[in-house]
Design a protein around this ligand. Structure first.
Ligand SMILES: CSC[C@H]1O[C@H](OP(=O)(O)O)[C@H](O)[C@@H]1O
Length: 355
């Protein structure tokens, strides 16, 4: 797989792939302070739930290196303030606050500022490496789940650049190519920011995966006309009952899958589950600025006084989801029981491995 990594840490500096420059330019930008990370996330230079979490973890750890106090109480107060600020950059992807909470938790294990600064960097590196392994596993489980299905539709970009590597929804396609399985992927362009047309098409072409671009409005006709056999998408937050937030337009595909009788799969690492909420009604949905809809490449396509509703995500009810692919395995309904069981089981295994 020859896709540029989304995030690079060389032990001293953080550089990220500027996803706003894709597909025409491969540009890496250095993020040296919290405000750089905040700006990169909110402008989608860095995007994709896992990638946002990993980048935020490094951003907080880097910022903490500059704290000018030897008091752990003051250090923790500064860290909490900066974590809160960064956690407010984009509200839907739970991976963001999950990663920041991991750093806030691990730093409480030490009692000196110098140790705290060190352990924060170490934890960000662990989160980064864990995500790459998780996505590889998701690719393997997804490949097994797809079985002999080869015509698959997806939306947005839940690919390698949205994660540490491999991706979630796109991981089976990348891995399949490496193992000689040929897919025919139909990528929805994903208005208004075109993550599908700009990023998924580019990413799959880098891997040599057959990909066809369609507009979001073509999804129903394409499922019928092209004989789509399955739909696979990423996720930004999955509630305890399996309700899943993902890029706007995902709900459309889930309903179409139900109507056409084809499986609808969600692919996501454990870090995308939010067991603190019972269902999708509790998931905050980010609303973004009107210009993302009224303009394309800075050129207006609507009157300046046009009223706009621009939710960046929607929530797919669990009843439309055939299975959820995680790095620990495949979760089937009943999700209320099986999500908690799988995540609790994996937490238990991790505890046993540590002992
Ligand atoms: C594995 S990426 C998960 C998720 O994040 C994307 O949203 P955005 O492009 O706004 O960061 C999209 O919903 C992907 O499916």
């Amino acid at each position: 797989m020859s896709i540029p990594l989304s995030i690079k840490w060389d032990g001293k500096q953080l550089v990220v792939l500027d996803q706003q420059k894709l597909p025409h330019e491969i540009v890496y930008i250095k993020l040296e302070a919290l405000k750089d990370v905040y700006e990169a996330i909110i402008t989608l230079k860095v995007r994709g739930a896992p990638a946002i979490g990993i980048t935020a973890a490094y951003g907080l750890a880097i910022e903490a290196q500059g704290y000018k106090t030897n008091s752990m109480i003051d250090f923790l107060a500064l860290l909490k303030k900066d974590a809160t600020y960064l956690g407010e950059s984009r509200p839907t992807a739970v991976n963001l606050v999950w990663a920041l909470d991991r750093l806030l938790t691990v730093v409480s294990l030490v009692d000196s500022v110098s140790d705290a600064k060190q352990i924060l960097i170490e934890e960000a590196i662990v989160i980064h490496k864990e995500d790459e392994e998780s996505c590889r596993n998701i690719g393997e489980f997804g490949l097994s789940l797809l079985g002999d299905k080869t015509k698959v539709m997806t939306i947005c970009n839940a690919g390698s650049i949205a994660t540490a590597k491999y991706g979630t929804a796109l991981a089976p396609f990348h891995l399949g190519k490496e193992l000689g399985k040929e897919f025919e992927v139909f990528a929805c362009e994903t208005r208004p920011l075109f993550q599908g047309g700009r990023l998924t098409v580019w990413e799959l072409q880098q891997s040599g995966v057959d990909v066809t671009l369609i507009t979001d409005s073509m999804a129903a006709h394409t499922i019928s006309a092209k004989g789509i056999e399955a739909i696979i998408v990423g996720a930004d937050r999955i509630a305890k009952n399996g309700d899943t937030a993902n890029k706007i337009g995902t709900l459309n595909l889930a309903i179409l899958a139900f109507v056409y009788g084809i499986p609808f799969y969600v692919a996501a690492p454990s870090s995308t589950f939010d067991l603190s909420i019972n269902n999708g009604v509790e998931i905050p949905i980010e609303e973004r600025k009107a210009e993302e809809i009224t303009h394309i490449n800075g050129k207006s396509i609507a009157l300046s006084n046009t009223k706009v509703f621009n939710p960046a995500f929607d929530v797919t009810p669990a009843k439309y989801i055939t299975a959820i692919i995680t790095e620990k395995g495949i979760i089937y309904p009943d999700y209320c029981d099986n999500i908690s069981a799988q995540l609790a089981n994996s937490i238990e295994k991790e505890k046993n491995n540590e002992n």
